[in-house]
Ligand binder design. Structure first.
Ligand SMILES: [Zn+2]
Length: 306
C-alpha cells in the first residue's frame, strides 16, 4: 500500500514537473508576496512590481471596501505577505483590526501617504472611522502617481535586488498615467462649461472634481455605509430640475435604486455605470486603473455632450 501510494505520488510529482518549466517553479516561490486591500490599488502595485511580486487583493472587482467584512482567509493572506498596501485616509476601516488579529509581520504601507487630502464634507452623518478625510484620492491621476512612487519605494526597500526593475516599471507606468491625465483634461475641455455637473450616488469623485473641474453632487456621503437622507435627496431633485442637470450616474459599488428614483422624478437620464472604488472584472470596461479612468471620462463626456 505504502509503495503504491509512494509510486503514485512520485508519478504525479513527475507529471507536475514535466508540465511546469523549472524556471516557473523557481519564480513562483521566489516572488515577493504582497497584499493590496482593494482592486484599484492591486492594479497599481502589479504595474510596479511586475513579475517579481505576487499580489493578492482582499476586496476584489466590484467589491465595496468601505463596508468589507474580512474573512479568516484574509488573515492568512496577511500572514504570508511581506508588504500590506492600504489606501489610508480612513478608507479601509477594518484593516487595522485585521492586521492586528492576523499577527502578520508584514510592513503596512499607506499608498496615499503624501497626497494632499480633501476634508470630508459630511455633516452629521457620523463617519468617525473616516477621520474626517475623503479617501478617494486615486480619482485624481496626479495622486495615483504619488501612490506609484510610494509603492516603488517600499518594494525597493523590501527587495533591493529588484531595484532596477521596480524603477523601470514605475517610470514606464508613470509616463502612461501622464498620458491618461492629458486625455481626461482634453475630454473635459470639449464639454461646454455650463454642463460640467454630474450626479453620482456616493461622493467618490471630489478629487476628480478638484483636479479636472467637473462638479459632482451626491445624495450619499463619502462612504457607502451612509443612507442618503430624505432631505438630501429632495434637495438634489430640486437642484437637478433647477439647473437642468442632464445625467445621473451609478457607481459599480452602490445600490442603483436611489438613482433610478431620482432619474424618474427629474427626467435626467442614467449614464453608463461608472467605476469609483473598485475595478470591473477583467472582462469588463474597467479591468485596470487606466481603463477605469478612460471609461469614466468617456461615460461623463458622452452624457454631458449629447
Ligand atoms: Zn467610496
Amino acid at each position: 500500500m505504502m509503495t503504491r501510494r509512494l509510486a503514485l505520488s512520485l508519478l504525479m510529482g513527475s507529471v507536475l514537473l514535466a508540465a511546469t518549466p523549472l524556471s516557473a517553479l523557481a519564480q513562483s516561490t521566489d516572488k515577493l508576496k504582497v497584499v493590496a486591500t482593494f482592486s484599484i490599488l492591486g492594479d497599481l502595485v502589479r504595474n510596479v512590481g511586475g513579475e517579481r511580486i505576487e499580489v493578492t487583493t482582499l476586496v476584489g472587482p466590484n467589491g465595496d471596501a468601505h463596508v468589507y467584512s474580512p474573512t479568516p482567509a484574509d488573515g492568512r493572506r496577511l500572514t504570508e505577505a511581506k508588504i500590506v498596501f492600504t489606501n489610508g485616509l480612513g478608507f479601509e476601516g477594518w484593516i487595522d483590526r485585521l492586521v492586528k488579529s492576523s499577527g502578520t509581520k508584514a510592513v503596512a504601507i499607506q499608498a496615499a501617504k503624501g497626497v494632499k487630502p480633501l476634508k470630508s464634507e459630511e455633516e452629521g452623518h457620523g463617519h468617525d472611522h473616516h477621520g474626517g478625510f475623503d479617501p478617494h484620492a486615486w480619482q485624481n491621476v496626479a495622486n495615483a502617481k504619488i501612490y506609484v512612487a510610494n509603492i516603488r519605494d517600499v518594494l525597493i526597500a523590501s527587495d533591493a535586488a529588484g531595484k532596477a526593475t521596480y524603477e523601470a516599471n514605475a517610470t514606464a507606468y508613470l509616463a502612461k498615467l501622464d498620458g491618461v491625465d492629458d486625455e481626461i483634461k482634453t475630454a473635459i475641455a470639449r464639454i461646454p462649461a455650463d454642463r460640467r455637473k454630474i450626479i453620482t450616488s456616493h461622493d467618490a469623485f471630489r478629487y476628480f472634481e478638484a483636479a479636472y473641474g467637473i462638479e459632482f453632487i451626491s445624495p450619499q456621503g463619502v462612504s457607502t455605509d451612509a443612507e442618503a437622507s430624505a432631505r438630501d435627496v429632495a434637495k438634489i431633485i430640486q437642484q437637478i430640475k433647477r439647473e437642468k442637470i442632464k445625467a445621473v450616474f451609478v457607481e459599480n459599488v452602490t445600490d442603483p435604486r436611489l438613482m433610478d428614483r431620482i432619474a424618474k422624478e427629474t427626467g435626467a437620464k442614467i449614464g453608463e455605470p461608472v467605476f469609483s472604488d473598485a475595478l470591473s472584472d477583467s472582462t469588463g470596461p474597467a479591468g485596470t486603473y487606466i481603463d477605469m479612468m478612460r471609461h469614466n471620462i468617456r461615460a461623463f463626456s458622452s452624457a454631458l455632450s449629447s
